[in-house]
Design a protein around this ligand. Structure first.
Ligand SMILES: [Zn+2]
Ligand SMILES: [Zn+2]
Length: 190
């Protein structure tokens, strides 16, 4: 077993609603997120997993957190902010809001990419973000570890991938359930 990992930077605004401290005020960060994928070394390409492929898969959902506002579902700021966005005509999107991933909804977070908002069940601490990221990507990547750093706060968690992923011996990406490589057309013979 070895690991492949990749790092992302996310700019976001948030606050910890009902937290006794400065973080109860709206503020912003550049967060650094590292995702480590663990598996056997795929003998065909001599890689665990191509890092650009981890990037592509993860960024699809992660771009919803970039230049986004992240608020807890019970935060009273949510309503007035959406009202302002509505009145300004940007609540349902804008021609300049193009770096958006597909909307998602899990137990822990709901993304509204059209107005760059993520609503979370719990406060978006570094620990909260790690849980959200794992929940979003655990079925797509064999995640072994997620690390998140935001200002002076940093956290990490280890996870156990369920099974080894079946990967293309030519380009290293995960094969679909039919043993087909979407990238190079390789077909696994069973
Ligand atoms: Zn903060
Ligand atoms: Zn392939």
């Amino acid at each position: 077993m070895m690991r492949s990992f990749t790092t992302f930077h996310l700019q976001y605004a948030h606050r910890f609603y009902n937290f006794e401290g400065e973080a109860q005020y709206l503020h912003g960060h550049t967060g650094t997120l590292t995702i480590e994928v663990r598996d056997t070394v795929n003998p065909g390409v001599n890689m665990v997993f191509p890092c650009n492929e981890i990037r592509k898969t993860a960024w699809e959902v992660l771009q919803n957190f970039d230049h986004a506002l992240i608020l807890r579902e019970d935060d009273p700021l949510l309503k007035p902010i959406l009202k302002v966005y509505e009145e300004q005509g940007i609540r349902h999107g804008s021609p300049r809001n193009t770096m958006t991933g597909p909307a998602f909804k899990t137990e822990l977070a709901v993304a509204y990419p059209e107005c760059r908002l993520v609503v979370t069940k719990e406060s978006m601490t570094v620990e909260g973000m790690i849980k959200i990221v794992h929940e979003l990507l655990k079925d797509k990547l064999n995640i072994a570890k997620v690390t998140f750093t935001s200002g002076d706060n940093a956290g990490s968690a280890e996870f156990t991938p369920l099974h080894s992923q079946c990967r293309c011996p030519r380009c290293g990406v995960a094969l679909d359930e039919n043993g087909h490589c979407y990238k190079c057309g390789y077909q696994k013979k069973c």
